[in-house]
Design a protein around this ligand. Structure first.
Ligand SMILES: Cc1cc2nc3c(=O)[nH]c(=O)nc-3n(C[C@H](O)[C@H](O)[C@H](O)COP(=O)(O)OP(=O)(O)OC[C@H]3O[C@@H](n4cnc5c(N)ncnc54)[C@H](O)[C@@H]3O)c2cc1C
Length: 464
């Protein structure tokens, strides 16, 4: 139910420690804006929760008034699941605290924290959590969706490091889910998405990570098929301390890329190496990058992990219009290679479809130039000050397969149907929770008229 004219938020405003922002506030548009500018929803109010008490109060308000509710972490959800037209957004973004316990090598992270907050705090102790590849993504939505990034081959998905969560359930109860207490809830949170409750704090086991080897290899775009075929053989056989993201991209107009390839469409792999830090080791591991085709550019450097995490921030800034699709894949079959090859030349990129504003007219907060650059001097200096004490390396846990092999109790119907059959597993016991949050996003995922993009014929129907 949307807010009626009679719905006022005065009582909520009085009860919260955080602010309640409504269309009458001058910063309403700023507060409701999210990463994907394709989404333009107008909640009746945004409750900026400062802690678990505010979360409980906001949930109670939603229950009593029957208003639709959406939960916002870092605001990176592609279809804008964190906003609901005419409803109430429970905004966790004031809760960006992180507390590291170096003794137990764990970190407690506020429900609205972004990856930059987490990386900043853990890096000082030579520790980290495997998470996404952009520093502005929310820990909340990313973790609840599984979470993968540069450390995934070495340390697994983000949920492989999630050991506990404080959750306010729909009826206002605050529970801590661990593998001992409410283990089915913890299971559900590990990749089941939102709607099981509002997570006010995540507890992660930390992994040793400080300086990583970073490499970028770009090949001419017309070698996409050869590179992809090579990548699908090379990476699974490579040490798990090596991660590689394949992409077809437009080369950013800045260092470290040489000028002749600026702005050109290329295919690329961005590598992250957490293995032997001995100089030259990464170069050895990647000595084979010319096997598929001679690279147009190949670059390696040691880098503080948080610097790697910010590499794409400038290239993909908030405020552009995006459309993504994702799926689970076991491999890269020839058909997929052919599709990549066919579309490689025509893929739109931020540099193509949204000419970056320059000079005086640019909106505030937008960088003048977006580049994949080296870490800033400040970061490097900070990194040098905080060299970690030597520690023993731990064995690498297996990667994505752990998610697929995890025993699967049946979850809440709609969510479970979104998972591929192999993840769903046989229907066993239902998950009993004291109540589910209503799913406002159910009919909110459509794009606005004129923005609906046709489904690619190559995309198989979802596993629903
Ligand atoms: C530019 C970009 C880069 C990305 N890169 C990666 C990547 O490298 N790896 C990866 O795995 N994913 C990546 N993603 C996907 C991203 O993880 C998901 O979109 C995720 O949902 C974003 O989380 P958020 O908290 O920022 O989003 P929000 O839009 O704030 O939240 C999305 C949904 O998550 C739920 N949610 C969020 N926080 C909480 C909470 N504390 N308690 C309960 N529910 C909550 C809510 O249901 C909410 O509707 C990327 C997305 C973008 C836009």
């Amino acid at each position: 139910m949307s807010a009626t004219a009679a719905t006022t938020f005065d009582s909520l405003r009085e009860a919260l420690r955080g602010r309640v922002v409504t269309p009458q506030d001058t910063d309403y548009d700023e507060v409701r804006s999210i990463y994907n500018a394709m989404i333009d929803r107008r909640p009746a109010a945004i409750a900026r929760c400062a802690g678990a008490a505010d979360v409980r109060t906001t949930l109670a308000f939603a229950r009593e008034t029957g208003i639709d509710l959406a939960v916002r972490g870092g605001g990176h959800s592609g279809p804008g699941l964190c906003l609901v037209d005419g409803g109430l957004t429970l905004d966790l973004s004031p809760m960006r605290w992180v507390r590291v316990d170096p003794e137990t090598e764990t970190a407690q992270v506020g429900g609205g924290a972004e990856l930059a907050d987490l990386d900043h705090e853990t890096h000082a102790f030579g520790l980290g959590v495997p998470a996404g590849i952009m520093s502005t993504t929310g820990v909340g939505g990313l973790t609840l969706g599984g979470g993968h990034g540069h450390l995934t081959r070495a340390y697994g998905l983000t949920i492989d490091s999630l050991i506990a969560a404080d959750v306010v359930l729909a009826d206002g109860t605050l529970v801590t889910a661990t593998d001992k207490e409410h283990p089915d809830l913890l299971w559900a949170l590990r990749g089941g998405g939102g709607n099981f409750g509002v997570v006010t704090s995540f507890t992660f086991r930390l992994r040793p990570v400080h300086t990583v080897g970073v490499a970028v290899t770009v090949w001419p775009v017309d070698r996409t098929a050869e590179v992809l075929r090579w990548y699908r053989e090379f990476l699974p056989a490579a040490p798990e301390s090596l991660n590689g993201f394949f992409a077809v991209l437009t080369v950013p107009p800045g260092p470290p890329f040489p000028e002749p390839i600026h702005g050109q469409k290329m295919c690329a792999v961005i590598w992250c190496y957490t293995g032997d830090p001995e100089p030259g080791r990464l170069e050895d591991v990647l000595s084979v990058v010319n096997e598929p085709a001679p690279p147009a550019f190949h670059f390696t450097t040691p880098m503080p992990y948080p610097a790697l995490q910010t590499l794409f921030d400038g290239l993909m800034p908030k405020g552009l219009q995006w459309y993504w699709r994702g799926d689970f894949f076991d491999g890269i079959p020839d058909d997929a290679v052919a599709v990549h090859e066919r579309y490689a030349h025509t893929l739109p990129t931020p540099l193509d479809n949204a000419p970056l504003p320059r000079g005086r007219g640019r909106p505030p907060g937008r960088p003048r130039r977006h580049g994949l650059g080296l870490p800033g001097r400040r970061l490097v200096r900070r990194h040098r000050r905080h060299r970690p004490r030597p520690r023993q390396r731990r064995p690498h846990p297996p990667v994505v397969r752990r998610l697929l092999d995890r025993p699967a109790p049946a979850l809440h119907g709609r969510l479970v149907r979104q998972l591929p059959r192999r993840v769903r597993g046989p229907r066993t016991r239902p998950l009993h929770l004291p109540g589910q949050l209503r799913p406002p996003d159910h009919d909110q995922t459509r794009l606005r008229p004129g923005q609906l993009l046709p489904r690619h014929p190559e995309h198989p129907p979802s596993a629903a």
